[in-house]
Design a protein around this ligand. Structure first.
Ligand code: MFK
Length: 521
């Protein structure tokens, strides 16, 4: 799937240039990192708050796999590739392909990488040259000794969704500001820097009264800078991520961009981490489907391998179709993100990117949980037993619809991002207009009628009023996501049929078209 997609979007000479880096990452993920991951299963990060002499140290020890993952991520440019821009806008796709290969064997090390990428993009866009000079070389370093990761500290006791309620206060001092408050969920507290929100004293309530701050977490001796780590969170999944609860007790920080509009200013972080969320979703789905397919060829029951059982093969075909459809949407958003970053994006596609980022994140997040759950079932009881390494797939997938904006919050964001559906209609038309294969005709019809239904629903709900619009927002957003997925899958299927004489994507498109695309009722 990845090879076929890359062959379609990359010019052949560029593909030859990047293929080696991807093959090496695939090898690491399939062999070295996978073995380390299995060996690392029972390890978890540890917080030591006090030393033997009563000093507060708040030291975090990462798991062995995470320490290796950090080095490999830096050296292989899993963040840097997007900023070096050796291949223009396609550098973002190259980077996402590296992240896609890297993710399933590194126990959500994609979390700090996503935030690092988001911080780099936000600082670059801020125009704050002093912070760019200070942090960018580290965030995009390929030398592991120079590499920094970034945290994104938004969530407070008041909640993770309505960020405008944040209570952290910023008081000016001679060198910038000092922050006072409590951050309730801070992912990957091991990072060297963080972007966070706080309200400069005297500012009004709400998201506009917040400001975006940059801070460095530890001093030259490795001690937290006026940050107390209360505890690491005891989570359902992402157990290797040292997610912490913090007190900021006069933490030195600097403004990134003005003293207000913190929510707007941190939005670039959200959009990049939402892209990573989607890439991680498709990566975990791929790992699950690959394992389930492999097992189906080996497990014999009722006289034959599972792969020869029509019902089991049908179940796998459904999972394959979901994961392939999701893959194309996540990577399409990567393409648009790359075009936006190199300023090669049309006005319509810029609107499309704003709309598809939440749509893609919420659609793929839900698919990942469904696929992971089915994958476990494909192994019967073994899928429920920890030392197979399978249950973690479901636990880790379950975070994808929650963090970075829940499904409902992103469905409402989708409504805010839509002025008209025209950019999406144009994108769907572009996918479908060149399709000639008769076997894809029904799937094309499903994509068109789903989009028509979404368009008419939006008009009706808008005239019915805000409560009707909000109540239907999730079904609407998922319908947009699945329609775009189907359209991209159809486009790829036609290309793959023509260029590779391969019918797999056609089969996936036909199957996906019958798997509930229009979810509006
Ligand atoms: C595997 C890899 C995954 C990555 C791992 C990362 C781990 C990190 C874990 C976490 O930190 S999870 C916490 C993440 N938190 C969220 O995602 C917040 C979810 N809530 C929302 O997204 C809310 O919709 C939001 C906070 C944005 C609502 O707040 P407001 O104050 O009601 O915002 P509003 O008024 O909608 O927007 C304020 C401005 O920001 C507007 O611009 P203007 O000021 O010009 O009018 C919006 O247009 C702009 N804006 C909001 N969202 C935007 C955006 N602009 C661009 N893109 C967006 N997505």
């Amino acid at each position: 799937m990845l090879r076929s997609y890359l062959a379609r979007v990359f010019p052949i000479d560029v593909l030859r240039e990047i293929e080696g880096s991807l093959a090496e990452m695939g090898r690491l993920a399939g062999v070295d990192l996978y073995q380390l991951q299995l060996a690392d299963r029972l390890n978890e990060p540890r917080l030591t708050q006090w030393d033997a002499w009563g000093n507060r140290i708040d030291k975090i020890e990462l798991t062995p796999l995470w320490r290796v993952a950090e080095r490999i991520a830096a050296e292989h440019g899993v963040v840097a590739t997007a900023y070096e821009q050796k291949h223009g806008s396609l550098s973002r796709v190259h980077q996402c392909a590296l992240a896609y290969l890297f993710t399933p064997s590194t126990d959500i090390y994609s979390c700090p990488l996503a935030m690092t990428d988001g911080a780099a993009r936000t600082l670059l866009g801020s125009g704050n040259q002093a912070l760019i000079d200070r942090a960018l070389p580290h965030l995009t370093a390929r030398d592991a000794n120079e590499f920094w990761t970034a945290g994104q500290w938004m969530t407070e006791l008041t909640g993770g969704s309505d960020v405008g309620l944040s209570e952290t206060v910023a008081k000016p001092d001679a060198n910038g500001y000092r922050l006072y408050g409590r951050k309730w969920f801070t992912s990957a507290i091991s990072s060297q820097i963080a972007l966070t929100l706080a309200r400069p004293e005297g500012n009004p309530p709400g998201g506009r009264g917040l400001a975006l701050f940059y801070l460095e977490t530890r001093d030259e001796h490795g001690r937290p800078r006026n940050i107390e780590i209360n505890r690491l969170k005891d989570k359902l999944g992402t157990r290797k991520v040292p997610t912490a609860e913090l007190n900021l007790v006069g933490t030195p920080a600097q403004l990134v961009k003005g003293t207000t509009d913190g929510v707007r200013n941190i939005a670039p972080v959200l959009n990049i981490t939402r892209l990573w969320n989607g890439i991680s979703a498709v990566a975990l789905m791929r790992r699950g489907v690959a394992l389930a397919s492999d097992y189906a060829g080996k497990r014999v029951a009722f006289g034959a391998p599972l792969s020869e059982k029509p019902l089991h093969a049908d179940t796998l075909a459904g999972l394959e179709a979901e994961s392939e459809a999701a893959f194309h949407l996540a990577f399409y958003v990567a393409e648009l993100t790359g075009q936006s970053e190199t300023h090669e994006i049309s006005e319509d596609d810029a609107l499309l990117l704003r709309l598809l980022t939440p749509v893609m994140k919420l659609t793929t997040g839900k698919q990942a949980v469904m696929v992971a759950s089915e994958v476990l079932e494909c192994f019967g009881g073994a899928g429920y037993v920890e030392d197979t390494g399978l249950p973690v797939l479901l636990r880790d997938s379950q975070v994808l619809p929650i963090w970075e904006g829940t499904t409902n919050v992103l469905a409402l964001d989708t409504l805010r991002a839509i002025d008209s559906l025209r950019p999406l209609q144009l994108a769907v038309t572009r996918c479908l207009e060149t399709v000639r294969d008769h076997d894809l005709a029904d799937a094309v019809r499903v994509a068109r009628t789903s989009l028509d239904h979404a368009t008419s629903w939006l008009a009706e709900a808008r005239s019915a009023g805000q409560p009707a619009l909000e109540a239907g927002a999730r079904r609407f957003a998922l319908t947009l996501g699945r329609t775009m997925e189907l359209s991209l899958l159809i486009k790829h299927a036609q290309w793959s049929h023509d260029q590779e004489q391969d019918r797999q994507s056609t089969a996936a498109a036909r199957r996906f078209a019958q798997s509930g695309v229009d979810l509006i009722f």
